[in-house]
Design a protein around this ligand. Structure first.
Ligand code: BGC
Length: 754
């Protein structure tokens, strides 16, 4: 009979166990031949396989196998489509099985704190709910094939500058509400086989040796069962890391850190059972894969088609003043080298050696009505007079112009952040020149993160293609010419300018990066500030239109143990088939805490034929209403009213209803000499104690009896009195002679016993 994992571990030497906890080389884990433990391979990445056989590196410098480059996360998240993400994961899982990969290093779910993060193209969203749902669906698809995922980079890795050493300094509520939930959702729903810890420190402790992060939160609170691996080179102190819950060091320090583990066990500073547990978690996952090898017959061609579908169903039509779709008979000038050389992926560890790349110019080559002028290069910011002149002439001669603009590779990449949020100057300049001669202009953008758009009000059409993966050309052509009805929506806000972004004053700091905006990230901030934005989160146009009606809530009164089902009817009111993304936001009306104006708590994508109506259902639970209360170390939603909003974007609410929540959960009462009367009056348990003091103070200040003076003004009105009393600390009842000190201390003790 095959020995169990525990039996195997009991037969391993101390050196073998330490060795099991670090890589054999760049991409392999070690095996132990005498015990039948195989060496398995892991590989990037989130949107395609970057399997390197020789000359390994973690920055995508050397070539890997020919593979399919699916759309990077920046685009696929805009699909708002769990089924599509599942199909995407399913394809990656099959490719991984066929290529002997035990774990795929993705998805990457870090929150987009600033448009400047060089790696935003690998991340899904500014919103933790969307990022979590998207990642979970992808993970489920991959792991159906017994290939693991490595959800990364855990956690708060939101900038590239000094990413290997800086400390992301954020309060716990912010981490729990914004930076953790994408990981939490994925872990709770589908148990990614592995989690990759990030390079950075969190509040002064490296993620790779952070027991709170890797053990208390990840395993304790969320129930993670797999193994934690380090990002490539994220280990700082190996023994501290192992104790904190970092099982696998990657890639390999050539045994340097293995020796430290062995020495620590020998000198008694590391309990050997900790090492055994790490081995057990690693071996469980290795065998989960090796014992379920599948013979997969995937074809690159079929996966290219899937890459095209994901791209076409994710690109976001941002503006359309009756200019799109283009008719085959119209004379169109395509301008900008991106038409020929689209930027479809980003640089670094996720860089795929694509087996084929489509460009829009080739796709439309049979259409004689289309001309092309390079206008500007795709890979540099160089203004060329003669290229510009030729482009302007082409624009004049055409009925309509499509300018393919975007960010060159050198403007954004893993490893460094963007210096600004602008397109290359040469592109903005040519766009201006073209708009001066041709108002019927559409812009297609190829970028991994938002750009400022100084020409926005003057263009008639705008398609955000982001980084579209290798089938980008076909997807863009299908949307421009109306073969595909656009149905993606923005997974992030596009602000007008960089300085509008909430992290503007602290993003990219050196050693300590203060997350001073707290939970107010992305639309949570722009909405609270009532700030105009170029395009809001969740926004996207279609070639058809949709009407929302008949919002129903199955229970208007709920408790913390209930779920509530929300239903809404959506009708396609246009004359072509399309898909609408219906969004559900929750607004806290209780006033119990400072919270965003509204937060995404549900979305569904629904396909509708012309005139067709479908009912979309959402289920909300207590967590949908709750915020993270650090005092009780738990999620908390106060009793009171909440608004449920159904929107077509975060700023386009179509219907709303209220629910009333009643919770038995109480917050801990800690009354002391400086607790204010206001706090006591607001709490049912203590209101009675405070009411008596308030009455006495009202008399002292003589609020309602205050005499009018001079021009009708009063020294103190009821309102002023109430406000003053509310912010008065308990100790003042002694100072004002309303109570003896001993009497007050007894009363405080009595209240604290409540
Ligand atoms: C990246 C990871 C990647 C790893 C292996 C690191 O530099 O941060 O995302 O999976 O390299 O290539």
């Amino acid at each position: 009979m095959k020995p169990s994992v525990k039996e195997l571990i009991s037969q391993m030497t101390l050196e073998e166990k330490a060795g099991m906890c670090s890589g054999l080389d760049f991409w392999h884990l070690k095996g132990v031949e005498r015990l039948g433990i195989p060496s398995v391979m892991v590989s990037d990445g989130p949107h395609g396989l970057r399997k390197q056989d020789e000359q390994a590196d973690h920055l995508g410098i050397n070539d890997s196998i020919k593979a399919v480059c699916f759309p990077p996360a920046v685009l696929s998240a805009c699909s708002f489509d769990r089924d599509l993400m599942h199909e995407f994961g399913d394809a990656i899982g099959k490719e991984a099985q066929a290529n002997d990969l035990s774990v795929v290093l993705g998805p990457a779910v870090n929150i987009k704190r600033s448009p400047l993060c060089g790696r935003n193209f690998e991340y899904y969203s500014e919103d933790p709910y969307l990022a979590g749902e998207t990642a979970a669906a992808f993970i489920n698809g991959v792991q159906k094939h017994h290939v693991g995922t490595s959800i990364k980079h855990f956690a708060a890795n939101n900038q590239e500058y000094n990413r290997m050493s800086c400390s992301s300094d954020a309060d716990e509520r912010t981490l729990r509400e914004i930076y953790f939930p994408a990981f939490e959702t994925a872990v709770k729903k589908y148990q990614p086989y592995t989690v990759m810890c990030s390079y950075n420190q969190i509040n002064g402790t490296f993620a790779s040796e952070n027991p709170w992060l890797l053990t208390d939160v990840l395993r304790g609170d969320w129930g993670f069962k797999g193994y934690v691996m380090s990002d490539w080179g994220a280990v700082n102190d190996r023994v501290a890391g192992l104790k904190a819950g970092l099982d696998l060091e990657m890639p390999s320090s050539n045994g340097v850190y293995d020796k430290e583990i062995v020495a620590a066990v020998r000198d008694g500073s590391l309990d050997e059972t900790i090492l055994d547990e790490a081995c057990e978690r690693i071996l469980n996952i290795i065998f989960e894969y090796t014992e379920h090898r599948e013979k997969q017959e995937f074809t690159l061609d079929a996966d290219h088609e899937l890459a095209k579908k994901i791209a076409a169903e994710s690109m976001v039509l941002l503006k359309n003043d009756s200019i799109l779709p283009i008719k085959d008979t119209e004379k169109i000038a395509f301008i900008g080298e991106f038409a020929k050389k689209p930027r479809f992926q980003g640089g670094g560890s996720s860089h795929i050696n694509s087996f084929r790349v489509s460009n829009v110019l080739d796709v439309v080559s049979e259409n004689a009505n289309i001309t092309y002028a390079k206008g500007f290069p795709a890979n540099a910011d160089i203004y060329d007079e003669s290229l510009a002149k030729e482009a302007v002439e082409a624009a004049k001669a055409a009925d309509k112009v499509v300018i393919f603009a975007g960010l060159p590779d050198s403007f954004e990449s893993e490893g460094y952040d963007r210096a600004h949020m602008r397109l290359p100057d040469c592109q903005n300049r040519l766009i201006d020149e073209i708009l001066a001669v041709q108002p019927d202009t559409v812009i297609v953008l190829h970028n991994g993160s938002p750009v400022e758009m100084p020409w926005l009000s003057r263009v008639k059409g705008l398609l955000e293609a982001y980084l579209g993966g290798q089938a980008v050309g076909e997807a863009v052509a299908d949307i421009l010419f109306g073969k595909c009805c656009p149905c993606g929506k923005l997974a992030e806000t596009i602000p007008y300018k960089l300085s509008d972004n909430p992290s503007y004053l602290s993003f990219g700091d050196g050693e300590n990066v203060t997350y001073q905006e707290g939970i107010f990230v992305g639309y949570r901030y722009y909405d609270a500030k009532e700030m105009p934005v170029a395009f809001p989160f969740g926004y996207g146009l279609s070639y058809t239109s949709y009407a929302y009606s008949n919002l129903r809530i199955d229970k208007p009164e709920i408790t913390e143990n209930d779920t509530v089902t929300v239903s809404v009817d959506v009708t396609n009111t246009g004359d072509i088939e399309g898909k609408e993304i219906v969004q559900l936001y929750v607004r806290d009306l209780t006033g119990a805490a400072r919270r965003p104006l509204r937060e995404l708590k549900g979305y569904e994508k629904v396909s509708l034929k012309p005139s067709e109506t479908k009912t979309v259902n959402f289920v909300l639970d207590y967590r949908s209403f709750a915020w993270y209360h650090t005092g009780i170390k738990d999620w908390y939603a106060a009793s009171g009213d909440y608004e449920i909003l159904i929107g077509a974007s975060s700023r386009d609410m179509r219907l709303s209803e209220k629910v009333h929540l009643t919770t038995q959960k109480t917050l801990p009462l800690k009354v002391h000499m400086n607790t204010t009367l206001g706090e006591l009056l607001a709490d049912k348990r203590t209101a009675e104690y405070a009411a008596d003091f308030k009455k006495q103070l009202d008399e002292i200040f003589g609020a309602s009896s205050s005499q009018e003076q001079g021009d009708g003004d009063v020294a103190i009105s009821d309102e002023m009195n109430n406000a003053m009393v509310a912010s008065m600390p308990l100790r003042n009842v002694v100072s004002y002679g309303m109570c003896g000190k001993k009497e007050l201390l007894d009363m405080i003790e009595a209240m604290n016993r409540l």
